[in-house]
Design a binder for this molecule. Structure first.
Ligand code: AP5
Length: 210
């Protein structure tokens, strides 16, 4: 399975990518997670990405396409992959086709705008391993610490209300048109995000036939 997860910020793409990846034993390539790791490691890529991410803007297409191409060349991608947060512009979707990157399905995870702010303001992320939680809907059993590694749980800097508004605007203007791009290729399946993570997971597995 070579899958794209499409959806607005906070739709639950990362949460569902984890379940699909475990079920199918394929890797997840999250451009957001890769860029945040580069910021943590203070690399030149991280320095470039930070100024865009902190404002809720998109990192330039050439930069993101280059890191995805490099990641896809690793052996663990041979049996399939999930692209989470990529492509995000029509130019990135065209780059996928131009570079011969194979895509079987595009899962569009749809959540209304008013739910997004609540989801993102309650999100917590592990400082060490990047695992994602929600204070109400998906809490860690260890409270302020990560269930998996015991790391400290923090709010993402781009989950500030003003930055969320910018990310939503960018999503509607630049990312939403990608759905129509893949509809013309007959690859889109749509799932409405539910109130509970487990209910969304069931709907996602059923839509993907897995
Ligand atoms: P990225 O990390 O990709 O952010 P995003 O797309 O905005 O998505 P999020 O990670 O915010 O949300 P998600 O849909 O994964 O939701 P989650 O599962 O966490 O990108 C960050 C930035 O990097 C971008 O703004 C951009 O600057 C840059 N970037 C990345 N890719 C790029 C690209 N291709 N091109 C250019 N720039 C790029 O869930 C959210 C919360 O809700 C969690 O707390 C979760 O526990 C909870 N939750 C999930 N599902 C449910 C449910 N069903 N019910 C209740 N709660 C739920």
């Amino acid at each position: 399975m070579r899958l794209i997860l499409l959806g607005p910020p906070g739709a639950g793409k990362g949460t569902q990518a984890k379940s699909i990846s475990e079920k199918l034993d394929i890797c997840t390539i999250s451009t957001g997670a890769m860029l945040r790791a580069a910021i943590r490691d203070n690399t030149p890529l991280g320095k470039e990405a930070q100024e865009y991410i902190d404002k809720g803007k998109l990192v330039p297409d050439e930069t993101v396409v280059a890191i995805v191409k490099e990641r896809l060349s690793l052996p663990d991608c041979e049996k399939g992959y999930i692209l989470d947060g990529f492509p995000r512009t029509i130019a990135q979707a065209e780059a996928i086709d131009k570079n011969g990157i194979k895509i079987d399905k595009v899962l569009s995870l749809e959540v209304d705008d008013d739910v997004i702010t609540e989801r993102l303001s309650g999100r917590r992320e592990c400082k060490e391993c990047g695992a994602t939680y929600h204070i109400l809907y998906n809490p860690s059993e260890k409270g302020e610490k990560c269930d998996k590694c015991g790391g400290e749980l923090i709010c993402r800097k781009d989950d500030e209300p003003e930055t969320i508004r910018n990310r939503m605007k960018v999503y509607h203007e630049e990312t939403e048109p990608i759905k129509a791009y893949y509809e013309t290729q007959g690859k889109v399946v749509t799932v409405k995000g539910r109130d509970k993570v487990e209910d969304t997971q069931k709907a996602v597995f059923s839509a993907l036939g897995i």
